[in-house]
Design a protein around this ligand. Structure first.
Ligand code: NAD
Length: 478
């Protein structure tokens, strides 16, 4: 569990301070600022489950930050540190995140105070179903009201249980599968959801590196290839981001920080091999091909180009912000940098790609999954073969040209195979995600570079998001 120094604001206060910094530069109607900032409602539930011969009581939360658009959306986290302040902070971030990437949702978040590693699978199923029952009863899980997704400590398995629980309680709801996203493919999920948040981190970095001016602002140059990257958290988000950045963009993953310490290798770690070791041994210790240090936190301040905190909030705070050497930090986790640390890093010229943008890949693909569930058809099913038939016409024409021109020009068989293939669901999802990340980044950078009073991407992102939320409220007559 991460314990912040006592002189630091809580996670929710930190998000509010960042919000305040942005609204101070905006011209909102009186009172609207307060309406947007506050969390609309937080439901706390305590429920009992009979396990191992006795009743165990669990505490869970579902917080709704803003209903300017419905349904509201946000993950469900399983962790011992879950508390009301945390879910409210995360729900607020969801509001701004959805607005920034133009996913038509309000913000919500849920959590269950539990250490999932202490329970057998069938026990976790009982607990999850009971928690889902409590939330369904109050429409806090509902296709048109409130749609959860995975977060820390949860994944496809839990989402499948939740979807099934909702369906059992709403037997005539034809849209029941849209009550939760992040489900396995065979239970109404969408291709590419598991990798989506890490994939989004990769697309965000690629877009950043397309703008030499932005790269220079971080004191870097060139592209992603060869950049030294330290990742904290090799879970869903961190693992996928690290894998894609190293395998597809040539970045060097020089450090990986986990619960039991960190691995460091200036020549670059093999992400797949480290993940495999971690799955088999429960941690990073004794990994044979790199140096292991028990003090994982110390590796956050090691020399590197890009730091990717992808575990939990508050890890870069007043105690270590001064020592962070990365020139660029991308917040793959929610809230990894406290408001105080953010001040220190900005003053030192560190460029921060903020959470509300950086990890929005998850909710973006969740949005695609929700649309897929409501339309009851897989993306690409109607047009794929038709697209292939049209491409075949072009290839046939080119083949005719090839024959007519003899040896002066030949149709490349590789081109033919690539061009002929219509896009499947995974390709469409990745393309939609890439477009979303690029567009959102551009909307932030326009404000970052276009206004003298905005000097960082986080404030720019908040301004874009708050402006959109405020327009929704105004349109509703509020
Ligand atoms: P996860 O549970 O899959 O992985 C978290 C990883 O962090 C685990 O490997 C865990 O061992 C490690 N970890 C925990 N405490 C640590 C510590 N003190 N030091 C180092 N490592 C530690 O969770 P996730 O889904 O990858 O989520 C990670 C972060 O990304 C969270 O902040 C979450 O809110 C955010 N996020 C997740 C998604 C998603 O789609 N899963 C979407 C948006 C944002």
């Amino acid at each position: 569990m991460n314990v912040l120094p006592s002189n630091e604001p809580t996670f929710r206060q930190s998000v509010d301070l960042m919000f305040n910094r942005a609204v101070a530069l905006m011209d909102l109607p009186p009172g609207l600022e307060e309406k947007i900032r506050v969390c609309n409602a937080t439901y706390t539930v305590r429920f009992g489950v009979r396990l191992r011969g006795k009743i165990e009581t669990f505490t869970g939360y579902r917080s709704v930050h803003s209903e300017h658009m419905e349904p509201v959306k946000g993950g469900i986290r399983y962790a011992v540190a879950v508390n009301q302040d945390e879910v409210e902070a995360l729900a607020a971030l969801m509001t701004y995140k959805c607005a920034l990437v133009e996913a038509p949702f309000g913000g919500s978040k849920g959590g269950l105070r539990i250490d999932p590693t202490q329970y057998e699978e069938h026990e976790l199923e009982l607990i999850t179903r009971r928690f889902a029952y409590e939330l369904c009863k109050r429409d806090l899980i509902h296709p048109s009201q409130n749609v959860p997704a995975p977060d820390m400590g949860t994944g496809e398995r839990e989402m499948a249980w939740i979807a099934d629980q909702y369906a059992r309680m709403n037997t005539t709801d034809i849209n029941s599968r849209a009550c939760v996203t992040g489900k396995p493919l065979n239970a109404g999920g969408i291709a590419g959801r598991v990798e989506a948040t890490g994939r989004g981190v990769q697309y965000a970095l690629r877009e950043f590196f397309r703008h030499p001016e932005d790269v220079a602002a971080a004191g870097l140059s060139g592209g992603l290839a060869g950049k030294r990257v330290i990742v904290q958290g090799l879970g869903n988000v961190g693992y996928h981001a690290a894998r894609f950045l190293s395998e597809e963009d040539g970045a060097l993953i020089t450090g990986i920080i986990e619960r039991d310490g960190a691995l460091y290798d200036p020549k670059g770690l093999d992400v797949e091999a480290v993940k495999d070791w971690m799955m088999r041994h429960g941690g990073l210790a004794d990994y044979p091909d790199a140096t292991h240090t028990r003090d994982g936190g110390a590796v956050l301040t090691e020399e590197c180009d890009i730091l990717v905190p992808a575990a939990l909030e508050g890890v870069i705070n007043l105690t270590n912000a001064h020592n962070v050497k990365a020139k660029l930090i991308i917040e793959a986790a929610n809230g990894p940098i406290t408001a105080g640390a953010d001040d220190i890093l900005r003053a030192r010229g560190t460029v921060i790609i903020p959470d509300l943008f950086a990890n929005a890949g998850g909710v973006t693909v969740s949005y695609f999954e929700w649309v897929k569930n409501l339309s009851h058809i897989r993306f690409g099913r109607m047009q794929r073969r038709q697209e292939e038939a049209r491409h075949q016409l072009v290839v046939d024409e080119l083949a005719r040209l090839d024959a007519a021109l003899g040896d002066t020009w030949n149709l490349d068989p590789a081109f033919k195979a690539r061009y002929l293939r219509g896009a499947d669901e995974l390709e469409l999802v990745r393309s939609g995600l890439d477009d979303t990340m690029r567009t959102a980044y551009q909307s932030m950078r326009e404000i970052w570079h276009g206004r003298d009073d905005v000097t960082d991407l986080r404030t720019a992102g908040f301004i874009v998001a708050i402006d959109r939320v405020s327009k929704s409220y105004k349109a509703k007559g509020l």
